[in-house]
Design a protein. Structure first.
Ligand SMILES: NC(=O)c1ccc[n+]([C@@H]2O[C@H](COP(=O)([O-])OP(=O)(O)OC[C@H]3O[C@@H](n4cnc5c(N)ncnc54)[C@H](O)[C@@H]3O)[C@@H](O)[C@H]2O)c1
Length: 319
């Protein structure tokens, strides 16, 4: 496979390392920041992603740019018949969801969305364990620390126009995706979002409490104002029992379940180690002409939950 990466920031470098480790033929990279381009050797460098995609023979492009750029980059690549692995979130508004799904349908290429936490051993355990059980309700807890230094690290962070929201669309979207994937899609939402302690730093929310309900029920508590990063926790209530997972542990009614540990982590621990697995799986699907399972429709589900939570503003609304 001939690959390219657009965006060589925090996560673009994780994709770069994984591609190198997996021996893929990374032919070109693109960033608007010449310093970031200067850090890499042995690969063609571009400042404009369109010129890169027009000039190179590329099988898979990785979109690792700020949220507001995902839609235009994904659509451009799909229209050229280039397979795309896009970082989360797929996009930041519902009009773009429609445009992306249309481009995906009309393209001979595939779209994959980087929900790598579905590949964590603990997530896979929960999905499999609960597949034939009725989950009465579930909780997701995201308690991370993102401060002024984090938000100042890139211009696009903390703004509606470029990040598309705060803790919900960025940090907690993985947890929402796991909840809807394992429990099932809800029908209604009531949500409240707040800016508790980052008012002078960001215009978006730093905290959210959202109830999703209908046939499938779950609640998300998410904040970027925790004094330190805590492990993500999901709790599933079924048959008077509780299955609790973190990225590292599975417990049933408080008792530790013995499962295989995930291997080496890439990037920050909070990302999980799924990037390696999802990239390998996506390339395998493309090479074998098989449909990749986390496609545009799957990737859009959590974006729709986030957008509905923002729209709710304390009122019950239908999804
Ligand atoms: N899956 C995960 O666990 C995970 C973890 C971290 C980040 N992310 C996602 O990855 C994406 C990038 O996040 P990040 O933290 O790496 O951001 P970042 O700001 O560190 O990196 C973004 C990079 O994109 C470049 N860029 C901006 N505009 C560009 C353009 N027009 N053309 C080419 N390059 C451009 C920037 O110069 C920068 O190098 C976001 O969607 C984020 O949510 C995912």
């Amino acid at each position: 496979m001939k690959s390219a990466i657009i965006g060589l920031g925090v996560i673009g470098k994780v994709h770069y390392e994984v591609l190198k480790k997996q021996g893929e033929d990374l032919v070109a990279v693109c960033d608007i920041d010449t310093e970031k381009l200067g850090e890499l050797e042995g690969v063609k460098k571009y400042l404009d992603y369109r010129i890169m995609l027009d000039s190179e023979q590329i099988d898979v492009v990785h979109v690792c740019t700020p949220h507001y750029l995902h839609a235009e980059m994904v659509i451009y690549a799909l229209n050229k018949g280039i397979n795309v692995l896009c970082e989360k979130p797929l996009c930041i508004n519902s009009e773009d969801i429609d445009l992306i799904l249309k481009a995906e349908k009309e393209s001979k290429a595939q779209l994959g969305v980087c929900f790598q936490n579905r590949y964590n051993n603990t997530s896979q355990y929960a999905k499999n364990f609960l597949k034939d059980k009725k989950v009465d309700f579930a909780f997701g807890f995201v308690r991370w620390h993102r401060d002024k230094k984090y938000y100042d690290s890139a211009d696009w962070r903390g703004k509606w126009a470029t990040e598309g929201g705060g803790v919900l669309i960025n940090q907690a979207i993985h947890t929402l995706d796991l909840l809807q994937w394992i429990v099932g899609e809800p029908e209604k939402v009531i949500g409240g979002t707040f800016n508790r302690s980052l008012k002078d730093v960001i215009e978006v929310e730093d905290t959210a409490v959202i109830d999703f309900f209908g046939k499938h029920k779950f609640t998300l508590f998410a904040t970027n104002t925790s004094p330190k990063d805590m492990p993500i926790e999901l709790r599933f209530f079924y048959n008077n029992s509780v299955l609790a997972i973190t990225p590292e542990e599975v417990k049933i009614d408080g008792n530790l379940v013995d499962i295989d540990k995930d291997p080496e982590w890439f990037g920050k621990e909070s990302y999980g180690n799924g990037h390696e697995k999802i990239i390998r799986d996506f390339y395998g699907a493309v090479a074998n002409g098989e449909k990749f399972w986390i496609d545009g429709r799957e990737g859009a589900k959590a974006v729709k939950l986030v957008l509905s939570a923002y729209k709710s503003e304390g009122n019950v609304i239908e999804l």
